[in-house]
Design a protein. Sequence first.
Length: 194
Amino acid sequence: MDYISTYLSKISKLVVEQRHALGISQEYLAELCNVHRNTIAVLELGESDPTIVTLTNIFMAFGIQRFIIDHNNCHLQMITGVPFVDLLESSIINDKLGFFIDSLRLKHNISRDKLSLATGIHRNTIARIENAQVTARLSTIIQIYRYFNVSEVYTTTNCVPNDCTFYGVTLRCIDTSQRNSTILVNSSPVAIRS
């Protein structure tokens, strides 16, 4: 699981670099993301495994439109260019993520038990993520993404189409107010790890 600590370290460096590039303090970033300053501080120190909700809202505060993951080299790249928009509610993020993982797993005809054995994540945890009953930690999502070779995570605002189709799975905006952004997740057409 060395790759998990590598990803967490790289995420912390990217957050620090982006915050400095924008010239904002930890306190201001925490305020934008509606989290405590210590959440930002321990994340930047690389001592935290943040929830996907916290990390998503940090990305949105930074205006990150695309977050590209290279699993072969444990490389991360952020592409900015979106103005700050309202934060997403945790239920929207959890629903979107759960739907994606469940749909991808079913598309490849992989049971929760098999995914559990391959990733080391308990079967019930996978079920709770898929049913949006829990906010997953980044390390858990990385393990699942790595298994399915998910290569890109990005946000989109209502000024661009809110549907995304890949692997025969379409993710649709579930925020009917169209005020908030929605998370879409993309994956590359590479064979699943055995």
